[in-house]
Design a protein around this ligand. Structure first.
Ligand code: HEM
Length: 459
């Protein structure tokens, strides 16, 4: 690992070298006591307002990097110096492996194969299948709703998202109930990794809480996925689903992916694609309930574009305000609130020296609240996402799906599935919150603090 100051880097920065803003441990602890982890993050954002900030978290002293101009440096101009590194990723890697959830050659091979699986052409081809899955899921939901019978938004959005994912990922290879069991095992494995993610410096040989649940759930994942991959290898390879694409794809040297890599990539896709989408969709209903004028505009658009029937493929791109609303939900409720990176060589960002080995916390949640980039950042306003206003902003002012080489492969998949789910539900139901307003909390993702209950009244 080189530790030389990267030549040319300082020259590209207009600012003279200076120390980062520092949040001392004492301040950090008092913010955490007052407002929990999110209270601390909010306070760090208010104090730093986009300047590079060092956080003293015991032996772990990451830099918070939030301003779009600094993100451009880390994620685009000097991305090769900032791989995923250890924080969060080494724990997550125990579940998602070294392919699409990792770095290096294996990641590159998986990325190339999966990129085609999530291309615009493929998504367009998948839209009929998605519409059928969403309509089926909303039909099923109809059997569980009724006056005085609120539904759990997190659970129901997870069911819908998994219903959409299953055919696209597995073709017809995994029965729905196995898909549910797989989803549950992956969710448990993810939850059990929290301690390891919070303390990335503890070696894996040292037992930690969650380890047993982790091993149990990864056994279940293997039990379900391995036979599917073995069967798919033996059968005809003409499907358009993700498993078949991974089986048929090759790395840069023309070699096929191993069963282990394919298994890891499917798990990584499930982790990346299912939980984050379900949480984002849960926030949609919270945001719509708290902003009735936005709800009314989305409803008007859905009624005008879709009418009373089931959404059709051509409606997806006509739901422009609905899409703006989804963008604004992900600005305020940035589900992927932190995307860590590690500096492999000494560097200087915006005048601040960054030693090799430092962890950088990129936080879309905080970038979306920087006041010299976003006017009235705490207000919910989908009109921020009209085409003209998007064009006038720095391209890295908005990054709920990350940016650079690791930018989310599923972002268009998400916006297609989310607009179909919102439109299908709104053609049939008036959706409202049941109970008190819901606050966010920080976990690996930005989640609702309590379960979100929804009341669905047929229209
Ligand atoms: C609201 C929904 C979603 C959010 C907020 C989200 C967010 C993100 C973020 C922030 C990253 C960047 C990670 C990094 O830079 O290290 C990422 C990567 C990724 N996402 Fe998503 N995602 C969402 C939905 C999806 C869906 C639906 C899929 C798949 C169907 C998906 C698949 C992936 C994959 C495969 C990567 C890794 C790409 C790589 O490292 O090359 N995501 N996502």
């Amino acid at each position: 690992m080189s530790t030389a100051i990267r030549s040319g880097t300082a020259a590209t920065s207009p600012r003279p070298p200076h120390a980062p803003h520092v949040i001392p441990l004492r301040r950090l602890l008092s913010d955490v006591r007052r407002g929990g982890a999110l209270g601390f993050l909010d306070s760090a954002g208010r104090q730093s307002q986009g300047s590079i900030t060092r956080m003293n978290v015991g032996p772990f002293r990451p830099f918070l990097v939030t301003h779009p101009r600094d993100l451009e440096h880390v994620l685009r101009a000097h991305a090769e110096n900032y791989p995923r590194g250890a924080a969060m990723w080494s724990a997550l890697g125990r579940l998602t492996g070294g392919g699409i959830g990792g770095e290096g050659n294996q990641w590159q091979a998986s990325r190339e194969i999966l990129q085609s699986a999530f291309s615009a052409r493929y998504l367009a081809a998948m839209s009929e299948q998605m519409i059928t899955s969403v309509s089926g899921a909303v039909d099923d939901l109809g059997t569980r709703v009724g006056p005085g019978r609120p539904i759990d938004a997190g659970l129901e959005m997870t069911r819908m998202v998994q219903r959409v994912i299953n055919p696209v990922f597995f073709g017809n290879l995994v029965p729905d109930e196995e898909g549910d069991r797989l989803g549950a095992a992956i969710a448990t494995a993810m939850g059990s990794l929290l301690w390891r993610m919070a303390m990335p410096f503890v070696p894996h040989r040292v037992p930690m809480p969650g380890d047993r649940a982790f091993h149990r759930s990864t056994r279940t994942v293997n039990e379900i996925l391995r036979p599917v991959i073995t069967a798919a290898r033996k059968g005809p390879r003409d499907g358009d689903d993700v498993v078949t694409r991974l089986l048929n794809g090759t790395g840069a040297g023309g070699e096929s992916l191993t069963d282990e890599q394919i298994c890891d990539d499917i798990v990584a896709l499930f982790v990346a694609g299912s939980e984050s989408s379900a949480i984002a969709l849960t926030w949609v209903w919270v945001a719509l309930a708290q902003n009735p004028e936005v709800y009314a505009r989305v409803q008007e658009e859905v009624d005008r574009v879709v009418g009373g029937g089931r959404p059709r493929r051509e409606h997806i791109r006509q739901l422009t305000y609905t899409n703006q609303m989804l963008n604004e939900v992900l600005r305020i409720y940035s589900v992927g609130w932190a995307v860590p990176r590690m500096a492999t060589a000494d560097d200087v960002i915006g005048g601040v020296p960054i030693p090799a080995g430092s962890t950088l916390v990129i936080s879309p949640y905080l970038t979306h609240r920087v006041e010299d980039v976003w006017e009235r950042p705490l207000e919910f306003d989908p009109d921020r996402f009209t085409r003209e206003r998007v064009r006038a902003r720095h391209p890295l002012a908005y990054l709920p799906f990350g940016d650079g080489g690791h930018q989310c492969l599923g972002q268009h998949f998400f916006s297609q599935e989310a607009s179909l789910i919102v439109a299908t539900l709104l053609t049939r139901y008036r959706v409202g919150l049941h109970g008190a307003p819901v606050e966010p909390r920080l976990s690996l993702t930005l989640q609702p603090r309590e379960s979100v209950e929804l009341e669905l009244v047929p229209r």
